[in-house]
Structures are given as C-alpha cells and as structure tokens.
Design a protein. Sequence first.
Length: 366
Amino acid sequence: MKKNNKFQSIALAAGGTGGHIFPAQAVAELLINNHKLFLVTDQRGTKFLKGALLKAEKEVLPVKGFTGSINDKAHALTGLIFSFLKLFFKFFFKKPSIVIGFGGYPSVPAIMAAFFHQIPTIIHEQNAVMGKANKFLAKFVNVIALSFKNTLNVDGIANYKIVYTGNPVRQQIFALSDRPYKKLDKNIFKILVIGGSQGAAIFSHTIPQAIKLLDPKIQENLYVYQQAQQDLLQKTIDEYHSTKSKVEMKSFFEDIENLLYKCDLVIARAGAATVTEIIASRKPSILIPFAAAQNNHQLFNAKFLSDQQASVLIEEKELTPDLLAKIISELITNTEEFSKLQAAMKKVKCQNSVQVLADLILKLKA
C-alpha cells in the first residue's frame, strides 16, 4: 500500500546565510501542510529560521568551511565526516522520500548520505555562478535546479540533469510582481538600502556620506530605510545626523515586502536572494556586489540585471560617496533616465519559482 503523502518526509538541507535558508523557507511554506519536513542546517543557519522551518524537525550539524590553519581544516573534515555518518544512519531510519540541498556546508553530507541510500536528490543553485560544493555534488544528484539560465561553471555537467526553476522567494514577495506599479511622488523619494542577511558594513559609511553630498533640496525630500549590522547601527545613525533626510534604521527588516513596495529605488548587495526579491518587486536598483564573494558570483548576479539595463552596477572597487551621490542625484532629477530603468525592470521575467521547484520536488519523489 502506498504511503500517505502526509507521512512521507522531505529533507531540506541549507545553512550558513540567509541566501541559502530563504529559498528553503519559501519551499517549506508551500509543502508543510501536506508533508513532514526535516531540516538539515548548521549553527549559523539557525538564526534565520522562522515559519515552516521552525516547525520542521531539525538536525544541526557541526560543519564549517575548510579555511584557516591545518588544524582548522582537519577539524572541518572531522565535522564533515561525522555529519555524513550521522545523516547516513538518520536517513536509514527516517527514509525521507527526497533530499534537496539549497547550499551551505550542510548540503554536502545530506546529499551524500541520500546518494548512498539511493534517495532521490535535487541541488538548487541560487547564484549565477555554480559554487564549489554544488559542482562537486552535481555528479551524485538526480536534478540540478538553476536560478539563472546562463549560470556559469556548469561545464562538464550532464544537460539532462539541469532544470531552470529560478530562485524561490516567499509568496508575499512574489505577490509584489502582480501589484500595480507605484507612481512616483514628487514630494518624497524613498530609498531602501539592504545588505543581504548579513548587512553590509561598507554601506554604513558610504551611503550616509553620499546622501550628505546631495543637493539640500533633494535631501529634504528623501526618506531612507537602511539595514545595518547590529554593531554598526548607532554609528550609521550618527552618520546621518548632518543630513536633511528622514532615516529609518534597523539591523533586519521583518516587513521587507512592504518596504520593497513603498520604495522607489533599492541600493543593495547582489546576493541571489536580494536580486530575486528586486526582480519580484520590479524596482530600479543600484547594485554593489560583494567583492569577496566566492567565484565573484555577486558580480554575475548583478550583471543579470545591469546587462538588461534594469539596474545600475557599481563594482566595490569603484564605489565612492561622490560616485554614488552622482548616480542617486541623476536618477532622482532625471525622470527620463529613471523611467528607462523602470521600463527595463518591468520586462525582466519573474516566474513563480517556489511553485516550479515544489512541483519538481513532488514529481521526483513520486
């Protein structure tokens, strides 16, 4: 007799940063009503959990990157082997119907344990450049789900495994793509500044300095919502004291979908989750990729939009308060230039990626 879907568990593996956790979160919200969820994560990933992932049974693994001294790397290898063995036995008893890796170190032992038990597997690559872990796992999985059609570093991977799903975002974010486009208010221009789940320290100085360089009349009509790291909050607030702009500062915005709708312009890093949310909101943006990102993947994430003239790209090495002030001023005062960005942004395809990936999961596990 076939098991009831309600009792067939689905294992999701994600850790490290919000960029890995948030897509898993979006898929979990869609699946939790009809399936038992089992989350494999690490200690860093636990701080981003909410909703369906909080309700899921969890296994927090002692995995970390192979960086630092020889002793550090040996410790990382030990943690990886221990995690694999733990999941190997866990999956033997739990028998999940499918395992999906969303990146981060927990995905490696989870996918490998599933492989040895012949459990169907999917890895999801959020970025425009496939990471080392996913490239390694590609040969062991059934399906490789990509967020960008022209993802780099996929050479040598069997084409039949590759499926374009896009990057899942929460339904509240995706719903923005269907909302009427908000018209510009001549009396106030709203900027949303987000640095990804970790915040961006460089924004805490550069952006307030850029605002100070704007014409006082522009400053008076400017409202800035800025995310800053907790330990830099007060310092960032102080940086704005000599400006005429209104500022709302938080270490993390819980109502990001509301702010994405209200704002006129987004200034952000170019992590996959951030770029996907910008696409869903259809808002013009200034993207400043994190230069130290693995494989420089944030640059290629940003180029996905800038190559379509839907965003302004500033590489971190070129970022100065003067350049940023010049671009912000041009976008606010030159309505024709801003309208071009808006029009290009509206043409960027936005599909319901969470539904596409969820359907793929259910099809493969059947």
